[in-house]
Design a protein. Structure first.
Length: 603
């Protein structure tokens, strides 16, 4: 048996450019999202594409696909030779190929920032020197790019002692730019290409169908330009991952040499060919809808105190105070928008995709108004306004004990976190059944009420309840927002507590057990909105059912940890049920209300 001598080669490590590099992530919440406005995906693809799938033969699946037919079709649309077009796995595949083809150690690449983050990653991985300059809006900074390109650099011992403009091998132009929406003019594109003949001018035109001007034709006239296009945006086919590069035969040939030979699947190729068989451009009705909604979205954001940037893409970038908190609140209403936590330039910004569909747009608009301009604050009672740890919670335990069942506080808290658990009579009945005790609900309710209400000889557990906030605090809230109680208590119990502690006058209405089905049904929350005559509100509750009911009613759900509950467990349960955030106590919400609704605005 042969043995090998172990060589001391050191630890296994990636190349320096990969060390510390994190995988790309959109930061999308893991659950609860049903309106995805964070990835700039386009409209729904035409239904006829489904028929293509049924026509795919198994022989097509076992053979490596050929993109020649699709490349020829696209080239024909552009007035090019087939060799001038390369179909790729999305436009970012084409971008990576182009960057690898012209970048490497001893060369420079100039990129604007903020922009599509994968471009700078691709450059760094080649070992080329990356230089970035800011471009937010207005004209593309051609003069600044040329000044940077003509400035000698020497960043390492291996670098040329007097690197000049010829060392710049790449300038990227994302137009419309992601995430800002800014565009370059045809004049500036020509000027840039002519001033840097030894550099590849990479024009990423992924969003061009939504822009005022298509510069593909101009780019194709420039010998050192390459234009990238995609079917992921305006065409609504992001899931197919198909894009293409167009330029001179020589440059496109470089891209063919550096990438995978079969990067696009047969299924994707067939579906895109079907799209192009009927049209050379996306549905113009959809494009016009997106453009109109883009203007409406920017105007709405401005009225709500956000700062939108001018955009010619299918998104709007807005500067927002506490941007990540706003992102979380929209997520609590089921809407994902793109945040940039940790990004040095974009941390205070959100990128919001324009939905392109009327119903989705109205939902987005309502969610923005709800999060940024609430008209009312709805409050659950138990665990929010009232400390019931020694009353209702105690009544559950004592009622069960009457049938020989011992319930721990942790078991009761866990049961309260389950769905459909706001009615304590029903909850107690359910817990008894789990312990093998079967008795009618009426008996459980009768024993529970006797303990809670008391009698002339014995005070009820309700006497142990204390308020968690005072009249003055609620008055301050009421100066900014209209207040209502939404509780699962019987009306007499709710009224008794509020009157006993002089809180009744702080609320315009109380929605109680008798008024609507119990939470998580949104009906009691909707009832409160109707009685107040408002459309936007926040709701604070201490149970997952409160969160579910609020969200289903389009109201921002905010959780609070009830007295006696384990903070970590309660926060997790509320978060999993959709809470935008979880407070330690109700009084923490006052600062947030004052932040978004100063007195002069709310009045």
């Amino acid at each position: 048996m042969q043995t090998s001598t172990r060589l001391d080669t050191g630890p296994l490590l990636p190349v320096p450019a990969v060390q510390g590099l994190r995988p790309y992530s959109s930061g999308r919440p893991a659950q609860g999202i049903d309106l995805f406005l964070d990835s700039n995906e386009g409209p729904t693809a035409p239904p006829r594409l489904a028929a293509v799938l049924a026509q795919i033969e198994t022989d097509q699946l076992r053979r490596y696909p050929s993109r020649a037919e699709l490349e020829a079709r696209i080239a024909g649309h552009l007035g090019l030779e087939p060799g001038q077009v390369l179909v790729t796995a999305g436009a970012d595949d084409a971008a990576e190929r182009a960057i690898r083809a012209v970048c490497g150690p001893g060369r420079r690449a100039i990129l604007t920032t903020p922009s599509f983050e994968m471009l700078s990653r691709y450059v760094r991985l080649t070992g080329a020197q990356l230089q970035q300059l800011e471009w937010w809006s207005g004209r593309f900074p051609v003069d600044e790019v040329l000044a940077l390109a003509s400035t000698p650099t020497s960043t390492s011992a291996s670098a040329s002692a007097s690197a000049s403009a010829s060392a710049v091998s790449l300038v990227t132009v994302v137009s419309p730019n992601n995430p800002t929406g800014a565009v370059i003019s045809g004049e500036d594109l020509r000027r840039l290409a002519e001033a840097l003949p030894g550099a590849l001018i990479l024009l990423d035109h992924a969003y061009v169908e939504l822009a005022d001007e298509d510069l593909t034709g101009i780019a194709l006239e420039l010998p050192n330009a390459l234009v990238l296009r995609t079917f992921s945006k305006a065409w609504g086919a992001a899931g197919l991952r198909v894009g293409y590069a167009a330029g001179s035969t020589e440059i496109v040939g470089w891209l063919r040499s550096v990438g995978q030979p079969y990067s696009v699947s047969a299924l994707s190729l067939a579906l895109i060919e079907e799209l192009l068989r009927f049209s050379r451009a996306p549905d113009q009705r959809v494009v016009e809808t997106v453009r109109a909604q883009r203007q409406r979205l920017a105007a709405l954001c401005e009225t709500l105190g956000l700062e939108p940037l001018p955009s010619q893409a299918n998104f709007v970038l807005v500067r927002a105070p506490a941007a990540d908190r706003l992102r979380q609140r929209l997520a609590a209403l089921g809407i994902a928008v793109r945040g940039f936590a940790g990004h040095p330039l974009l941390e205070q910004y959100l990128r919001i995709t324009v939905p392109g569909e009327a119903e989705a747009f109205e939902r987005l608009a309502a969610a923005l108004r709800t999060t940024l301009a609430p008209q009312a604050l709805l409050l659950d009672m138990d665990g929010v306004l009232a400390d019931v740890s020694r009353s209702y919670r105690r009544a559950i335990a004592l009622t069960a004990a009457g049938w020989g069942v011992e319930l721990t506080p942790a078991e009761i808290a866990a049961a309260k976190a389950e769905q459909c658990s706001t009615n304590d009579w029903v909850l107690t009945h359910r817990l008894l059944q789990r312990h093998g005790v079967t008795v009618p609900l009426e008996q459980v309710t009768s024993r529970f009420e006797a303990l809670y209400q008391g009698d002339p000889c014995r005070p009820g557990l309700r006497e142990t309840e204390t308020p968690l906030v005072d009249h003055a605090f609620l008055e301050r809230l009421g100066e900014r927002l209209r207040l209502a109680v939404v509780t699962g208590r019987p009306r007499r119990d709710a009224a008794s507590f509020l009157e006993r502690f002089d809180l009744a006058g702080c609320f315009e209405t109380v929605v109680a057990l008798e008024d609507a089905p119990g939470k998580p049904d949104p009906a009691p929350v909707q009832c409160a909105l109707e009685r107040l005559g408002v459309t936007t509100a926040w709701m604070v509750g201490d149970t997952p059912d409160d969160m579910r009911a609020a969200r289903a009613a389009g109201v921002l759900p905010i959780g609070v940890v009830a007295p006696g509950d384990d903070a970590a467990a309660a926060s997790a349960a509320l978060g999993n049920a959709g809470a935008a955030e979880v407070l330690g106590a109700l009084d923490e919400i006052l600062d947030e209300i004052l932040d978004i609704l100063p007195r002069e605005v709310s009045s």
